[in-house]
Ligand binder design. Structure first.
Ligand SMILES: Cc1cc2nc3c(=O)[nH]c(=O)nc-3n(C[C@H](O)[C@H](O)[C@H](O)COP(=O)(O)OP(=O)(O)OC[C@H]3O[C@@H](n4cnc5c(N)ncnc54)[C@H](O)[C@@H]3O)c2cc1C
Length: 413
């Protein structure tokens, strides 16, 4: 069999899983290279616990190299150009050629795209910012906090709601809850609209039960730092003491310029195979655009949420499909659209939303009663994700699989 080179752009959730799974399936004649611009990887779901002080920075981050299996080459550099015709990627550390390319570059944040936002808002959407926000919250003892989803799409549809509930819990524990007025603004009509009105109303109730005022259909247009106000399209402005934002998201420039992206900058793929329009190139995770069946606004389709659980499942599918193609077999593995999310609610409790996002005629998602087991599941997954390959990882995997079986829920590992 002729030796092949597979290049994976991005060493985040999708990139790590696809490269490690390929290494498990292919003989050492084949080369697997990850191109990643950061030396460190941090587990994004734990940014919320970093913000509340429940985790220290070193507990939720690792050198990327530690998470990469033996035999996967890690090229530390920024991908700057993709030449589809020449099968070549230009990076800040030289150029690499490929037989198969997997684009797993994720979404980046663009706070500068809304006037006043970058200089006024805190966020828990990056590792460093979540750590800064921990200090701002520690020093805050009275006033109005505005948590604002600035625009769609954004990563992890549950995260702003979890963030708001964990902040409410933080002030409750400090005995300051009655002195802190919490407000959550979003352009969405309900929380997590892809999951349908029943689930959205249930999450809205969870938020409101914790004394957080929910403001739907608010599209942020401007932040005015001097009198500390935020303005919304066609709605009244709001005066805040502390502003926490989910900044606008966009795709990395190298993808927008690649010829693979749609007008919005995301990469359309076949929802089952993750194939792009170029037969040697797959795309997975947050960078992709996958419309959902059934749920259409008048002119804009709702898309598969940007979530690690999907990046992970898609990575496994793509690794198996590439391995089959190299072996000259028909590739059969397909992405089913199954996903889940543990929704942190404070007091070490979480809800659990799961289902088939690609189900016809529309996604079928259920929310389970909140409880401690879902929170524990999230903690176990965090430990498994950050464990270096070896015995400990195998034991954690077994625990998660047993727990998921007992609770009759899926586990994507
Ligand atoms: C606060 C928060 C909480 C979350 N909670 C959950 C959760 O509970 N469950 C869940 O399923 N998802 C959650 N997510 C979402 C999840 O983290 C993402 O959906 C997931 O990381 C997407 O994986 P990805 O591989 O597509 O992108 P990423 O994991 O973002 O990886 C992209 C990688 O590409 C690298 N990169 C970017 N551009 C370049 C370039 N030009 N050259 C080289 N490297 C580059 C980046 O450094 C990064 O390492 C959360 C996200 C946040 C922010």
């Amino acid at each position: 069999m002729q030796s092949k080179t597979i290049v994976v752009l991005g060493g985040g959730v999708g990139g790590l899983v696809v490269a490690n799974e390929l290494r498990r399936r292919l003989s050492r004649d084949h080369r697997i290279t990850i191109v990643e611009k950061n030396a460190q990887h941090a587990f994004a779901p734990s940014f919320l616990w970093l913000m509340t002080g429940d985790r220290r920075p070193e507990e939720i981050s690792r050198d990327v190299q530690q998470l990469v299996h033996k035999g996967v080459e890690l090229l530390h550099g920024e991908a700057r150009g993709i030449d589809l015709a020449a099968h070549r990627v230009e990076t800040s550390a030289g150029s690499v050629t490929y037989d198969f390319l997997v684009v797993a570059l994720g979404a980046e944040l663009a706070p500068d795209s809304i006037p006043g936002l970058a200089e006024s808002a805190q966020t828990f959407y990056t590792f460093d910012d979540a750590n800064k926000l921990r200090i701002a919250l520690r020093d805050f003892s009275r006033g109005k906090i505005a948590i604002v989803v600035t625009s769609l799409p954004f990563k992890c549809p549950a995260a702003p709601y979890e963030g708001a509930m964990l902040i409410a819990d933080l002030f409750q524990k400090r005995g300051l809850r009655d002195k802190v007025d919490l407000h959550l603004f979003t352009p969405e009509p309900l929380p997590m609209p892809v999951a349908g009105p029943e689930l959205g109303n249930a999450v809205r109730k969870m938020v409101e039960d914790r004394g957080i005022t929910f403001h739907p259909l608010r599209k942020l247009t401007e932040v005015n730092p001097a009198p500390r106000t935020i303005s919304f399209e066609g709605k009244e402005s709001f005066a805040y003491d502390l502003l926490i934002a989910v900044p606008p998201h966009r795709s990395p420039l190298v993808v927008r310029e690649s010829g693979l992206a749609n007008q919005a900058g995301w990469v359309p793929v076949d929802s089952a195979t993750l194939a792009t329009k170029d037969e040697s190139v797959y795309a997975i995770g947050d960078i992709t655009a996958i419309p959902l069946p059934g749920r259409w606004k008048p002119d804009v389709p709702l898309m598969l949420p940007k979530a690690g659980v999907f990046a992970h499942a898609q990575a496994l599918v793509v690794a198996r499909r590439i391995a089959d193609r190299i072996a000259g077999k028909a590739a059969r593995d397909k992405f089913s659209g199954e996903g889940y999310c543990m929704l942190e609610a404070g007091e070490h409790l979480a809800g659990f939303a799961s289902g088939q996002f690609l189900a016809e005629p529309s996604p079928q998602i259920k929310l389970r009663q909140i409880g401690r087991s879902w929170h524990l599941g999230k903690v176990l997954f965090e430990k498994w994700w950050l464990a270096a390959p070896g015995m400990k990882k195998g034991t954690l995997r077994l625990l998660i699989e047993l727990g998921a079986k007992a609770l009759r829920v899926p586990a994507i590992l």
